[in-house]
Design a protein around this ligand. Structure first.
Ligand code: GLN
Length: 478
């Protein structure tokens, strides 16, 4: 089997036994990235590739391995969603407005994974502009294609991060998930995508979209790989006041689900759910029952309001967070005669249509006339949803359902219909609104040969149970 198709826990063993070097491994990914760029319809997973930095990091990793001062991640190359700051490297957030911006500091996850663990940095991955989208079509740097079928979308907003894993352009990548942006592209591309509990992983240095929802997490080839990198990233960070000081538990590879109570929320199994996905999800649940899990139907009635709550809260928070991109402080400036015109011109030229739509919507929602009837109301409904989740988790350990209502859709199929695009997140958004950890695991292919993802959700800070369930699901398909 070729090196670049391997999982990171396999690569880790090969590196520490010196069967391969990190330079050799990193070069293999760089070669494959180059090869895909020459394809007639490239995947376009990367916005910036950093070969020199990657090889320099690989050399240092090899020295650490020689000196026996390495960890299990040392020498394994990493791809990073291009809204996470890596010092001295351009960061675009897939927006024209950040043209020319070079990060002046490292995000905490970069400090941990690249500087401390010694993972070579392959490059910055494509995304929907400022992570707003579900298809990777809103990027100023062009669409990303689904490696399983290049006419289809890889999902979004972490489309580059998922496509890179599926096409062997990186062995592990980082994404961010505000309403499903790790799990939905992972499902569309047949990868594992994991959103940790809100507050579990520092967001310092990740460009804020909606601060009460954003989380950083991995996209990987398997569940073990996701837990390996998660444990190296998680934990309290004095630079991010939303991080929790709870100790990070050690995740094992246990798949023992005997006696584990798994709830199937009936709100997941609605008419809009594709029948093939429904069948495969329910079959998988039955297999878990055979292994000792106790299944039950549960109900979270307010889940049906999740997209409505999300598309009020997320744009409101985004409109405030994106205020900083004014043409003065970062990136591209469109100079005008007076300062206020410079702001207007820079933002008009710099932001794409989806980002503008959200800023306008969010500004309206936060205006004094509409604050009470929209923003406050959405927060109230969000509180009810949180209460419903807490109640359900009094009787079950995990929730099981689909990640997406359909397999990947075609490029251009939904981009002119924002509401249909927004509804693609119907099953992923609740985890962000409530703060729970959630993971998407590939469970096979549709008849049209597109991947299908199953989603598990656990109580906040109960990643251990989540991974146990995820291992059990994954082992059914090995
Ligand atoms: N697709 C959702 C949106 O457009 C979620 C994006 C995300 O999780 N970053 O807002």
């Amino acid at each position: 089997m070729s090196l670049i198709t391997k999982k990171i826990h396999e690569l880790s063993t090969m590196l520490s036994s010196k069967a391969i070097s990190s330079v050799e491994l990193t070069q293999a990914y760089l070669d494959n990235i180059k090869q895909d760029d020459n394809h007639t319809t490239p995947i376009n997973a990367y916005i910036t590739v950093t070969p020199e930095l990657a090889l320099e990091g690989a050399k240092q990793a090899d020295t650490r391995i020689q000196n026996n001062t390495h960890t299990s991640l040392t020498g394994i190359p990493l791809g990073v969603k291009d809204l996470i700051n890596v010092k001295d490297i351009p960061m675009t957030c897939a927006s024209k407005i950040l043209t020319g911006y070079i990060s002046s500091y490292d995000a905490t996850v970069i400090q941990k994974l690249i500087r401390n663990e010694g993972m070579p940095h392959l490059g910055k991955l494509n995304l929907d502009e400022f992570a707003m989208g579900s298809s990777n079509e809103t990027s100023y740097y062009g669409i990303v294609r689904n490696p399983h079928h290049r006419e289809f979308s890889p999902g979004g907003s972490s489309g580059g991060s998922a496509a890179a894993i599926a096409a062997n352009l990186a062995p592990i990548t980082l994404g961010t998930d505000t309403g499903g942006s790790i799990r939905q592209p992972a499902a569309f591309c047949g990868c594992v995508g994991f959103k940790p509990t809100y507050g579990r992983v520092s967001r310092y240095g990740a460009t804020a979209f909606a601060s009460s929802l954003d989380q950083i997490g991995p996209i990987s080839k398997c569940v073990t790989d996701a837990s390996m990198i998660y444990q190296a990233m998680a934990g309290y960070d004095p630079k991010d006041s939303t991080t929790s000081s709870n100790t990070v538990e050690t995740i094992t590879n246990s798949k023992d689900i005997k006696g584990l109570k798994i709830g199937l929320p009936k709100e997941f199994f609605v008419d809009s759910l594709d029948s093939e996905i429904k069948e495969q999800i329910l079959n998988t649940a039955k297999e878990l029952e055979k292994q000792g899990a106790i299944l039950s139907e549960v109900s979270i009635p307010f889940m049906k309001h999740a997209p409505a709550i999300y598309y009020i809260i997320a744009p409101a928070e985004a409109s405030a967070n994106l205020e900083r991109f004014d043409g003065i402080r970062y990136g591209n400036r469109e100079v005008a005669d007076i300062l206020s015109e410079t702001y207007i011109k820079s933002r008009t030229e710099g932001f794409g249509p989806e980002v503008k739509r959200r800023i306008i919507l969010g500004t309206f929602i936060l205006s004094s006339e509409s604050y009470d009837s929209y923003f406050k109301k959405a927060q109230q409904v969000r509180s009810v949803l949180i209460e419903e989740y807490n109640n359900v988790f009094n009787s079950v350990d995990l929730l099981l359902g689909p990640t997406t209502p359909t397999p990947a859709f075609k490029i251009n199929e939904k981009i002119n219909d924002p509401v249909s695009m927004y509804l693609n997140d119907i099953f992923t958004i609740s985890a962000n609104l409530v703060g729970t950890p959630a993971i998407s695991i590939p469970i096979g292919m549709s008849q049209s040969q597109l991947p299908i993802g199953l989603q598990l959700t656990a109580r906040c800070f109960n990643e251990t149970t989540l991974f146990k369930g995820a291992h059990a699901v994954e082992s059914l398909f090995l």
